[in-house]
Design a binder for this molecule. Structure first.
Ligand SMILES: NC(=O)c1ccc[n+]([C@@H]2O[C@H](COP(=O)([O-])OP(=O)(O)OC[C@H]3O[C@@H](n4cnc5c(N)ncnc54)[C@H](OP(=O)(O)O)[C@@H]3O)[C@@H](O)[C@H]2O)c1
Length: 271
């Protein structure tokens, strides 16, 4: 693959592994973004020269998104692939979550993704060629407690893709979701309110394995939803085809899995 890829959320977790896989193993050129410039600079140092470029900034800022896209348009040959990977969560009881945090989550997980998708479609339709990958989640298919807004965003992403796939038929532009299950990354640490810690948490798939599955989907056959591994496919299919039994099992697991994780916005320990 010798393609130009715009990748969000490249400073950690799945996105960082994806930058490695795309540039080192697939020969792609990546324009990456995230807020932590030191992380992006360190990543640039380890990747093949000239294959990794970055523009650091906050995706919640519409002006930054415009600047990012303008930079993307300067890539020689244009943008072949957009991967909307950046995402944040926050474990909290919904009624105790601050409006600011809700707004921020929606801005990063949904508004930024919609905005960059729209910018990419304008560019790709003109060229009659392009691929857009939205990193959704198995939580785009069912609900869990204490992650209501995050889950709502992922459902919205899935709905966006279902509609766009119809709208873009024949345009040369392809769009699909990749739906990981629990993955080892900094996501859970951040969602627990440990911004200064940002350690890798979570027993789940390896971020590299998810990244390889995402990279494979770029040139492989796929439908609207790609599952990086058997477990994420199984959980999703169970939720869709046996919702009664699935929800019962989820309710039983609820307190074990979630109750010790929630981080309400009136907690004083929050960073
Ligand atoms: N980990 C899981 O269990 C899991 C499961 C299903 C789906 N997913 C999805 O996978 C994607 C990647 O998550 P991950 O697990 O790799 O999480 P992660 O390790 O926490 O990485 C998240 C990335 O998003 C970036 N980001 C967060 N807020 C941003 C903002 N306001 N502006 C710009 N960049 C921002 C972070 O960079 P900075 O902090 O440097 O800005 C970081 O590079 C997300 O969409 C997530 O919803 C994750």
């Amino acid at each position: 693959m010798s393609q130009n890829v715009v990748l969000t959320g490249a400073s950690a977790g799945i996105g960082r592994e994806l930058a490695r896989v795309l540039t080192i193993e697939r020969g792609a050129t990546v324009l990456a973004t995230a807020r932590r410039v030191d992380r992006l600079e360190a990543l640039r140092g380890e990747l093949p020269e000239g294959r990794f470029h970055y523009l650091a900034g906050d995706l919640a800022d519409a002006n930054f998104r415009s600047a990012l896209w303008n930079r993307a348009l300067e890539l020689p040959g244009g943008v072949d692939v957009l991967i909307n990977n950046a995402g944040i969560g926050w474990y909290s009881e919904f009624d105790r979550e601050s409006p600011d945090r809700i707004r921020r989550m929606i801005e990063v997980d949904l508004v930024a993704l919609v905005d960059l998708t729209q910018k990419a479609i304008v560019h790709m339709k003109e060229r009659k060629h392009g691929k857009i990958i939205e990193i959704s989640s198995i939580l785009g298919f069912f609900g869990v407690p204490y992650s209501a807004v995050y889950t709502a965003c992922k459902h919205a992403v899935n709905g966006l893709v279902k509609s766009l796939r119809r709208e873009l038929r024949g345009s040369g532009v392809d769009v699909w979701c990749v739906c990981p299950g629990r993955t080892e990354s900094e996501f859970h640490s951040a969602a627990l309110g440990e911004p200064e810690l940002r350690e890798v948490r979570g027993r789940g798939a390896k971020a590299r394995d998810v990244a390889v599955a995402i990279a494979n989907s770029i040139d492989g056959r796929h439908g609207a939803f790609v599952y990086p591994d058997f477990r994420s496919r199984l959980v999703t299919q169970a939720a869709l085809w046996a919702p009664g039994a699935f929800n019962l099992a989820l309710d039983r697991a609820k307190h074990k899995v979630f109750a010790d994780q929630i981080k309400n916005d009136n907690d004083t320990s929050r960073g």
